[in-house]
Design a protein. Sequence first.
Length: 503
Amino acid sequence: MTTTTARVRATADPTTTDPTTATDPARRRITARVRILLWLLLVMAVALIEVATTTRSFLMRDVDNRISRLLTQETGEFAGFEKRGGDPQTGQPFTSARRLLTVFLEQQNPDTDEELMGLVRGTDGVLRQLRQPSDISVALPLYRDSDAKRRIFDSPDPTGTLSRPEGEIRWAKVTVAHAGAKPDAAFVVAFHSERERERVNQVFRALLIISGVALLLTTGIAWVAAGRILRPVRVVRTAAAQITEQDLTRRIPVHGKDDIAALAETFNSMLDRLERGFAAQREFVDDAGHELRTPITIVRGHLEVMGDDPAERDETIRLVTDELDRMSRIVEDLLLLAKAERPDFVVPEPAQVAELTADVFVKARTLGDRDWRLAGVADVESELDFQRITQAMVQLAQNAVQHTVPGQTIRIGSRVVGPYIELYVADRGPGVQPTDAEIIFERFRRGTARRGARASGAGLGLAIVKAIAEGHHGRVRLSETPGGGATFTLVLHASPAPEGQDT
């Protein structure tokens, strides 16, 4: 019972792991150092084996050619002796094959592993031999192998190879016959090639041993060299593993000007961007939380103290609705700024700048009781996102309305300046303090309160304008209006900007 219960518990427990089936990705990972070493060893092993095999093939071919030349030389000497030689006893041409073979063999000195012999078939059909003594150390010389001698003598070919268990024999023969009779004698040259081939095999084995030693030495050298080359990569990996969202200050030391140094520089640049991005993200979250917390507090406070009086309820509902609308605008602006990071935030198309300027002017006139003036238009066509540019210009006009009073002049226009198109909104308000010129384009940042200003926004309007301008590879510029006031200008390329180039 106990065993069964334990077995059931082990089966039911999802955390129980069979050590035979557990897999650890870190154990299966092969490092770059090992991969480099394995590839190097594989290439070197293939190359060394190919060199050794090719060398053996050349040496074997040389052995075969040398044996062929030796056989040709011996048979050529016998043929010439048969044709021009004479019997030293009589001074006349040889009349007997046996005598011819005997005299010739007495004058020869065989090489090692070479056998010279004469084979004569008697009238009784028995094959007899005449041979020159030679230094033969094989297990079964040809002169002792009756079957092999008969096969060579009866072969119609002048040369051939005879395979035997005791070793291979390369042979050549010259037949001797009486006039009109079948050959009854033959001069035979036989060479035992096993010793020569064994020498080649010894060289081949020596090459393999030398290659193995070279491979071992290369393994050690390559292991050390790969370690030194990849050491900066390990430093990069270690630094990357130690970097967290809370600590982005670590940097990798850069040494030299090679590819590894370039990798370290690129990695450090990436860390700089990440650090700036995380800092901006934290600041953005803090500011967004602060901006949204205020209307939530206002809504909650009014709802908590709301009484039963209808007039009070209507006023509370109006205030709550106004705060909810403001929260909705903040959320919409945040979503728009988040969308600005996407590549399809701006979709440029051919557009008439004059038509765009006039359209913005018509829409801006409804924003407030101001002296609206269309200062000028650029009669050109350019690649831009009509809706996004209109959105940015209307936002600038709204900003001008907030910082002016009824009756003050606001000018809207466009012009061509060199290779750029400038679309601008100029007001006659109190202007922008020099210390605020940079921060007003940041998210949730407002400049110092100006005379006549009604601070009702969340500080995202000019940030949206900046994002739209940068989406067109352009920029937004702030300058002082002659006579007082502020002028905001979108500076865009008259033609599509080269990829990655900003104004």
